[in-house]
Design a protein. Structure first.
Length: 125
C-alpha cells in the first residue's frame, strides 16, 4: 500500500449508488468486503450506524460493505461528511474477514444511542 493512502470500509451512504458516494469517485475501489461478526448495523433513517457489539452486550453480524484505497488528504473531507467534529461518528480500525483479515482498515462508528433503532441485519439498503 502507498504510504500516502489508507484503506476504508464503507457500509452506508458512501457506498456506490448512495448519496455520498460522489466523495469517493476519485478514489480506488478495491471490491466488496465483510467484517468479522463483531458489529451491528442500525437504520437511522437516511443513513445507517455501525456499532461494536462489545458496547451493546449483544451478538454481532458480519456487515457487508465496500473497501477503498483513499488518499490521506481525503480523510478530512470524509470525516466532515460523517460529522466526526460533531461527535456523530468516529473513524477507527475495523476487523474484516478474509481475504482482508489483518489488513489495517478504518471505518466510521456511530457514537450515539441506537436504542429503539431498527437493526439492518448485515447490510443497509
Amino acid at each position: 500500500m502507498n504510504p500516502k493512502t489508507t484503506q476504508i470500509f464503507v457500509y452506508g451512504s458512501l457506498k456506490r449508488g448512495h448519496d455520498l458516494h460522489f466523495l469517493l469517485n476519485d478514489q480506488i475501489y478495491l471490491g466488496p468486503a465483510t467484517t468479522q461478526p463483531k458489529y451491528r448495523l442500525f437504520d437511522l433513517g437516511e443513513y445507517p450506524g455501525l456499532v461494536e457489539v462489545d458496547s451493546l452486550g449483544q451478538t454481532g453480524n458480519s456487515i457487508c460493505g465496500e473497501l477503498y484505497s483513499v488518499d490521506l488528504r481525503k480523510l478530512d473531507e470524509l470525516d466532515a461528511a460523517e460529522e466526526v467534529a460533531h461527535f456523530l461518528y468516529e473513524r477507527r480500525q475495523i476487523k474484516l474477514q478474509p481475504p482482508h483479515e489483518g489488513v489495517h482498515v478504518q471505518a466510521w462508528f456511530y457514537l450515539r444511542s441506537v436504542r429503539n433503532k431498527e437493526d439492518c441485519g448485515n447490510e443497509w439498503q
